[in-house]
Design a protein around this ligand. Structure first.
Ligand SMILES: Cc1cc2nc3c(=O)[nH]c(=O)nc-3n(C[C@H](O)[C@H](O)[C@H](O)COP(=O)(O)OP(=O)(O)OC[C@H]3O[C@@H](n4cnc5c(N)ncnc54)[C@H](O)[C@@H]3O)c2cc1C
Ligand code: FES
Length: 329
């Protein structure tokens, strides 16, 4: 059985009955917003305008009320009739193919007690094409895979950079902070995700990061610096949140026009910078919701809180993009 799926903002594709709408779209060369692909992050939350679906995966995001209001997750839901979705085909993802490659650890550097910078080297002819902001899955052993944002724009030498925070008791953390060695052989799968810059021309661009959520913004800032003048935003602000000063484990990004605001929630009396949570500091500084385009990455708590607070001051839903570092399945 197959069904016709129409996207309100362009494109149609055919969907099978037992495959997620997200995967069916990808099979047809269409690209819907997504991140975790496992019902945990809410990035693929979409309004079902017409038709019906059924859940084929675990949805940890939508409430029964959300479902009653017509929201679905395209990563966990399959069509049971022809449908119309209030979604767009993300054409920037066309030609960005998901690949699996072996990768060796090229360099490992501890940036803080609980943060490591990893550089991965792919085989000579295995270049990975990706958009700044996307992530890869690192596969350590069968059944042990974790998502990590690519922490730099594509490099000429093809190497990939990651910024990894230790999670206490975490299976992959035990590897990165225990036994990982230069030259270890891993596998990577990707790129994944739809966290990438949209049309930023003339916008007040805001990046909200917590912890290693800074990673995709390093990549995006490099991309931004290379954009021609007419594509540049009106302003660019990066708020990077942590608890203590050591959570700012990288130097301030070098971008002349960047308004960089480090924020700490548990700093001692010696800290003269912004205090609290990034979303509160942003709002306290004033925001023009009609011009703002906000990208948030890091903890799910920050992302949910930022989205709610920004919607309350009038930021349109399609001006907020996020990548939540939710645990893997
Ligand atoms: C799209 C995406 C991009 C990501 N990018 C990055 C990145 O660039 N850098 C980075 O450091 N991490 C990133 N993560 C998180 C990363 O994939 C792992 O979840 C994290 O490193 C923990 O893996 P682990 O194997 O050490 O812990 P696990 O064995 O998976 O978990 C151990 C325990 O900790 C809990 N846990 C796992 N992760 C978290 C968390 N983030 N907060 C609170 N509790 C948690 C689990 O529920 C479990 O109880 C990303 C996640 C996603 C979905
Ligand atoms: S909930 Fe569907 S992509 Fe994360």
């Amino acid at each position: 059985m197959s069904y016709q799926i129409r996207l309100t903002r362009g494109a149609t594709f055919t969907a099978g009955a037992e495959r997620s709408l997200l995967d069916c779209a990808a099979d047809a060369g269409r690209h819907l917003a997504h991140s975790c692909r496992t019902g945990r992050c809410g990035t693929c939350k979409t309004r079902l305008v017409a038709g019906s679906v059924k859940r084929i995966g675990t949805d940890l995001w939508l409430s029964e009320q959300d479902r009653a209001d017509g929201w679905i997750l395209t990563c966990t839901d399959a069509a049971t009739s022809d449908c119309e979705l209030d979604a767009e085909d993300l054409v920037r993802l066309a030609g960005i193919d998901v690949q699996t490659h072996p990768a060796r650890i090229d360099a490992l550097e501890r940036l803080a007690e609980d943060v490591v910078h990893v550089v991965l080297r792919l085989p000579p002819r295995a270049a990975l094409r990706y958009l700044p902001g996307q992530y890869v899955n690192v596969i350590l052993a069968p059944g042990l895979r974790r998502a990590y944002s690519l922490a730099q724009a594509p490099r000429e030498d093809g190497r990939l950079e990651l910024l990894i925070r230790r999670v206490n008791g975490g299976a992959m953390s035990a590897y990165w902070f225990g036994s990982a060695q230069v030259n270890d052989l891993l596998r990577i799968e990707g790129p994944r995700g739809s966290f990438f810059l949209r049309d930023t021309a003339g916008a007040d661009l805001v990046f909200l990061a917590t912890g290693t959520g800074i990673a995709p913004f390093r990549a995006m800032l490099t991309e931004l610096a290379a954009l021609p003048g007419e594509a540049q935003p009106r302003s660019t602000t990066l708020l990077w949140g942590g608890r203590q000063p050591e959570d700012h484990f990288l130097p301030p990004p070098e971008l002349a026009a960047l308004n960089y605001i480090p924020v700490l929630s548990r700093a001692g009396a010696g800290w003269g910078g912004a205090r609290g949570h990034v979303q509160d500091v942003l709002l306290a500084g004033g925001l023009d919701p009609s011009h703002a385009q906000v990208y948030a990455c890091g903890s799910q708590a920050m992302i949910v809180s930022a989205q709610t607070a920004l919607a309350a001051v009038g930021l349109p839903g399609n001006s907020f993009y996020s990548d939540a570092f939710v645990p893997s399945e």
